[in-house]
Design a protein around this ligand. Structure first.
Ligand SMILES: O=C(O)CCC(=O)C(=O)O
Ligand SMILES: [Fe+2]
Length: 272
């Protein structure tokens, strides 16, 4: 377990990031996205394009985590030691190997949707296609990805998500504007073995919203709002295209490197 000093460092860094996030969200224009922390836009991708991306993911994702080519690699979460999200696999920087996703990135469609809402330019680091197998035991619960700089994600469902058993994206509206709850969770996590950004306490379950929507639906989301994948995902697997965004002024740029520490130089996996 962490020593007293490093615990203190975690709590004080969390406090600062929390303050910065609060300042950021109080300076943006007021609209549905900035108020709720997410927005749902149906019909973003055609059904045929969703099916094509599902086929692409199903071709690339089987097997152990591996480098596909250039910056494109697969991330197999069951290989990690933490044991969470064992049904999740993702192919990252897939825009580098798929021309149509490359075009979607270059078109700035998603960047501009975010930018219009928050009132400043947004960059995408890359696209992932995520496969969520049925999982009723290891799904990570409520968390934030980070507090500041804001992490903006756009999810496009590639399969219909008709009911909770299909594994909907789940979010607590307006929670990106809260301060105390995030701070308290951070402080408790730092003093226990809890994962850094887990939100296990004081989450008002009654307010959560699950996004049930057909394939092709886009969900714009800020990941400092409290969210999770649905923890009782029992009915059928779900594929989603995920665009990873940052405000341009705070972006370190792409490509994506999530989970890449699990790959060694020759592309063979090792557990992380
Ligand atoms: O896949 C989901 O529905 C949510 C996963 C998640 O927590 C994230 O992408 O930040
Ligand atoms: Fe998350």
């Amino acid at each position: 377990m962490a020593g007293l000093r490093s615990r203190w460092r975690i709590v004080s860094a969390g406090f600062t990031e929390n303050l910065q996030a609060r300042r950021f969200w109080s300076a943006v224009p007021v609209n549905r996205f900035t108020t709720d922390g997410f927005e749902v836009i149906e019909g973003f991708l055609e059904r045929d394009e969703c099916k094509r991306l599902v086929r692409l993911a199903d071709e690339l994702l089987p097997g152990p985590g591996r480098r596909i080519s250039g910056n494109c690699y697969t991330w197999v979460k069951s290989e990690a030691a933490h044991g969470r999200n064992r049904g999740v696999r993702e192919v990252l920087n897939v825009n580098e190997i798929d021309a149509r996703l490359g075009e979607l990135m270059a078109s700035r469609r998603i960047q501009d949707l975010f930018a219009e809402r928050i009132g400043e330019p947004v960059e995408l680091l890359g696209f992932g296609i995520q496969f969520d197998d049925i999982d009723t035991t290891s799904k990570r619960g409520f968390h934030v990805d980070g507090l500041f700089p804001p992490e903006l994600k756009a999810f496009v469902y590639l399969d219909d998500v008709d009911e909770n058993g299909d594994g909907p994206y789940t979010i607590v509206p307006e929670s990106h504007r809260w301060f105390l709850r995030e701070f308290l969770n951070d402080a408790v996590n730092a003093c226990t073995t809890g994962a850094r950004r887990d939100m296990r306490y004081l989450v008002p379950e009654a307010q959560l919203q699950t996004v049930l929507a057909p394939a092709g639906t886009l969900i714009l989301s800020t990941q400092d709002a409290i969210h999770k994948g649905w923890t009782d995902h029992w009915r059928r697997p779900r594929h989603a295209l995920v665009a990873y965004g940052r405000t341009a002024s705070r972006s370190g740029g792409g490509p994506l490197t999530e989970g890449i520490e699990g790959l060694i130089a020759d592309g063979a996996p090792r557990a992380v």
